[in-house]
Write a protein that binds this ligand. Structure first.
Ligand code: SF4
Length: 68
């Protein structure tokens, strides 16, 4: 069993709050009270990794990143 990085973060300094990530993966992202995306899960479930990967690629400001 592999155990690779499965956590994801949003950098508020870069997030523009458009919500593309929320559309792509609403189970993991939502727009918080400050108008920036927040991550809803501590660890990304395996079945959502591909959707989160798409959100990472599609974020227009590259605010989302994987971390260990
Ligand atoms: S897609 Fe990127 S810029 Fe848009 S809300 Fe999500 S993290 Fe922020």
């Amino acid at each position: 069993m592999t155990n690779r990085a499965s956590k994801v973060t949003v950098d508020e300094d870069y997030c523009a709050g458009h919500g593309a990530c929320v559309v792509t993966c609403p189970e993991v992202f939502k727009i918080g009270p400050d108008g920036y995306a927040v991550v809803l899960v501590d660890e990304v479930p395996a079945e959502m990794e591909s959707a989160v990967g798409r959100a990472v690629e599609e974020c227009p400001t590259q605010a989302i990143g994987w971390r260990d």
